[in-house]
Design a protein around this ligand. Structure first.
Ligand SMILES: C[S@@+](CC[C@H](N)C(=O)[O-])C[C@H]1O[C@@H](n2cnc3c(N)ncnc32)[C@H](O)[C@@H]1O
Length: 798
């Protein structure tokens, strides 16, 4: 691919000219120059493979930057003219032949860097292009995995398409650091992005599916419609552009109560209808009149049926329970007797249902039963572990005793395993993983007998989780809070030495995750993880690590560092627990064992103003009121500490459902009265903040000021020179200085923007219209007329 004169003028841009000047064979060379400037991988490499290298721009750059005696191999479908220090040959990178040729050149060496800048099918349809590009990337990755040394670097070009995320996910499994970047020399109009993958993990075996385009780019099946979501979030409406359902052109939907009772999917009805009707159909419905008369059909239930869209979780639950009761009464579901409970088959009679539906429901129930059983077992196991940890914490046992009953080849107990069951948080907090005491296990028999009820409970719980996730997606504060919580609970990783479960270790050496799995990273969505891959966030981890190292080195400073971490967290949370100033919050939060006295607080390295005062930003009325009270001596620091211990401090949340704790948490805190003065002070402060111009404007103003100062300085110097000039008379001096001044203060006339109407030959043109010089703006005729009218009006007024 030699430099060709492209038709579009934009193609012969600055980089094209620079490439010509510098003797590079392609403008692409600058992309590698800029990537290397940012990541510096070429200087560290001794062996490099450049895939799709023609005409050889990247090879030229590599030869320039890599140490002497390095091996550089360039391969392409097209011939590459010889480049000093570069071995090049012609081959298709997807073939075994290419692999063999590279191997013959490298012998036993491994490559430190593999580059790929391939672009197939140039000129065909873009969608097709993007796909084969992605395939080519995967092929180049396959080749890279064969030749890269552990810790090596792989740089590739990827096109922004639907295959971009799956590709990135694959990279992330194989490399410790994956960063996507667009060098300045890459045109903005181009969809290309460069991904720099560093720290090749060199797994012993890679699942072939991993590098197979059919798996990596497989379309994920459309998720099944989530009717439950509709039930619990009736107000969240997604825009549908599909129009109304065929034959149904109303938005208000109503369904008979009997249908709700007979249906096998009540949640779908609750999610998609507005009203459950007790209205008798024309022919009369005996079942409906019975339902109407039953005692279970309370006024509350009737009210709930009136408008489903305004119901909350509690109301839906009562409607579903009511439905179950009626189904039992009508003999639609027969409760299992104790003897029959033993049998795996459940006796369930569902009246108007065809055979297939019946089988489906039975299968579904069996599956539910199985998961309930598994869940129960997990709970028991977790409870056992929790008790052991409690005993250990209370010095009732030694670590040796932990997990004694589980002794076996793979029974090493780590909290990570517990976490897989989703219970570690609770274990660490010594909170109840729902305990199954003996008395409870008796009652759990009842639970089992009511399979539907159990299922509903779980559905409701999972709905709440989904609701939380959605809220987190929307609300960054909530997300930060959750991550913080997770961080707090993650701090202690149990007794595993290397903090890795067996499974995880296996994953490292054998990357073989099912490719269908959605590519996500930790708690972050893919988009979020891509966002955080940006340079700006890169230092953060290292900083944290450094801090940790410091902590290890200096045990004496440990407490101090921890306090600083706490402080960061507190600051983030300031809007949640704003009622106590930062430092005091920390004090109040400290557990008794880590208690520090007032003197110790003095040594904490708090952010301070230049005058030595603590730099605390008071942004809430509560904090302001407290600050005022403290300043006037109305309250003392000890009062604030005492306030930390209140009836909300040690809330007993054992066994309470997550949604309840969350909901209660919003209100279970001291409501501190605020003073009028404090509210006014905060209002004023906020007004001042809002009145500040945005950063861009501030910067522009600063630039203007700076330029004016420069101009003034120049003028001053010139005037001084003139004043010192002995050859000039005083009059001449005064004249020339005033000339200078008037020249400097004269404003340049603003360049007129010529309006060009987009009609005739100018319709739909891109670029400068013929015969137009200077600044121009293409407008439609309406706009031109409007502007004229405005001018006329302004003239009239003046
Ligand atoms: C954008 S150019 C590479 C430019 C090069 N990096 C440089 O600096 O000069 C893309 C190259 O990919 C090559 N290519 C496309 N498919 C290929 C394949 N299957 N095997 C080898 N080369 C391929 C094309 O021949 C083309 O020369």
């Amino acid at each position: 691919m030699a430099i060709q004169k492209k038709h579009g003028k934009g193609r012969l841009d600055k980089w094209y000219r620079l490439a010509k000047e510098k003797g590079y064979r392609s403008r692409a060379a600058f992309k590698l120059v800029q990537l290397n400037k940012k990541y510096g991988f070429l200087e560290k490499s001794k062996v490099l493979i450049d895939l799709c290298a023609a005409p050889g721009g990247w090879c030229q750059v590599a030869a320039e930057c890599m140490p002497n005696q390095s091996i550089i191999i360039g391969v392409d479908l097209a011939p590459i003219k010889p480049i000093p220090r570069v071995i090049s040959f012609q081959s298709d990178i997807t073939t075994d032949k290419c692999r063999a040729t590279i191997r013959s050149h490298l012998k036993t060496w491994k490559a430190d860097t593999v580059l790929h800048d391939g672009a197939p099918n140039v000129g065909t349809a873009w969608v097709q292009d993007a796909f084969s590009q992605a395939e080519l990337v995967l092929e180049s990755l396959r080749l890279a995995t064969d030749f890269l040394i552990e810790g090596g670097t792989f740089v590739t070009k990827v096109f922004r398409s639907k295959d971009y995320n799956p590709l990135l996910w694959v990279f992330k499994q194989l490399f410790t650091s994956v960063e996507a970047t667009k060098p300045p020399s890459s045109r903005n109009v181009s969809a290309e992005i460069f991904v720099v993958c560093r720290g090749f993990k060199a797994p012993k075996r890679i699942d072939p599916k991993f590098l197979d385009p059919r798996h990596v780019f497989a379309e994920l099946a459309a998720p099944t419609p989530n009717n439950e979501a509709k039930v619990f979030n009736p107000e969240v409406k997604k825009r549908k552009r599909e129009g109304y359902e065929e034959g149904d052109y109303t938005q208000f939907k109503e369904i008979s109560v009997t249908e709700f009772i007979n249906t096998t999917d009540p949640i779908a009805i609750l999610g998609s209808y507005n009203k459950l009707s007790f209205q008798q159909p024309p022919g009369g419905d005996l079942a409906l009149s019975t339902v109407d008369r039953l005692e279970d059909t309370t006024d509350e239930i009737r009210k709930c049926c009136e408008d489903l869209k305004i119901l909350g979780r509690k109301e839906f639950r009562s409607l579903l329970k009511w439905r179950l009761k009626l189904r039992e009464k009508f003999g639609l579901v027969v409760k299992k007797s104790k003897e029959k409970e033993e049998e795996s088959e459940e006796v369930a009679e569902v009246a108007p249902m065809d055979e297939e539906l019946a089988i489906q429901e039975q299968l579904h129930r069996m599956r539910e039963k199985e998961t309930t059983r598994e869940k129960k077992e997990r709970r028991k196991e977790n409870e056992k572990k929790r008790k052991e940890i409690m005993r250990l914490q209370m010095h009732m046992t030694t670590p040796m005793e932990i997990g004694m009953e589980q002794i076996g080849p793979d029974s090493t107990f780590t909290l990570r395993r517990v976490d897989k069951a989703g219970a570690r948080d609770a274990v660490v907090n010594a909170r109840n993983v729902p305990v199954e005491s003996e008395s409870e296990s008796e009652s759990s028999e009842d639970e089992d007998s009511d399979d539907d009820g159990d299922r509903l409970e779980r559905e409701l719980d999972s709905m709440y989780d989904q609701y939380q996730e959605r809220m987190e997606d929307r609300d960054t504060k909530l997300r930060a809070k959750k991550n913080r919580k997770q961080y707090e609970t993650d701090e202690w990783d149990g007794f595993s030495e290397d903090n890795k479960s067996d499974d995880e270790e296996e994953e490292e050496s054998h990357v073989g995750l099912p490719v269908e799995q959605a590519p996500t990273t930790g708690n972050l969505s893919n988009n979020a993880s891509l966002f955080f891959d940006q340079d700006i966030f890169q230092g953060l981890d290292e900083e944290e690590e450094e801090e940790e190292e410091e902590e290890e080195e200096d045990e004496e400073d440990e407490d101090e560092d921890e306090e600083m971490d706490d402080e960061d967290e507190d600051e983030e949370d300031s809007d949640i627990e704003e009622d106590i100033p930062v430092q005091k919050q920390k004090k109040a939060k400290k557990p008794e064992s880590e208690w520090v006295d007032d003197d110790e607080i003095q040594y904490i390295d708090e952010p301070r103003k230049p005058n030595g005062q603590l730099d605390i930003d008071i942004i809430t009325a509560e904090a302001m009121a407290l600050a005022q009270q403290m300043a006037t001596g109305e309250r003392k620091s000890t009062d604030v500490v005492d306030d930390g211990f209140n009836r909300f401090s040690f809330r007993d949340v054992d066994g309470l459902p997550e949604w309840f704790i969350d909901d209660e948490g919003k209100h279970s805190k001291i409501q501190r009265p605020i003073t009028k003065a404090a509210a006014a002070a905060i209002k004023e402060k906020m007004r001042a903040i809002n009145a500040r111009p945005i950063k861009k404007v501030m910067e522009a103003r600063g630039r203007k000021k700076f330029k004016a100062a420069q101009k003034l300085e120049k003028l001053r110097k010139k005037s001084a020179l003139l004043a010192d000039d002995e050859a000039l008379s005083e009059r001449d001096k005064a004249q020339s200085i005033s000339k200078l001044m008037s020249k400097a203060t004269k404003k340049k006339p603003k360049q007129q923007v010529k309006l060009v109407v987009a009609r005739g030959t100018n319709r739909g043109i891109s670029g400068r219209p013929k015969g137009v010089k200077g600044r121009y703006k293409i407008v439609d005729s309406r706009m031109k007329k409007d502007i004229r009218a405005q001018k006329r009006l302004a003239k009239k007024k003046s």
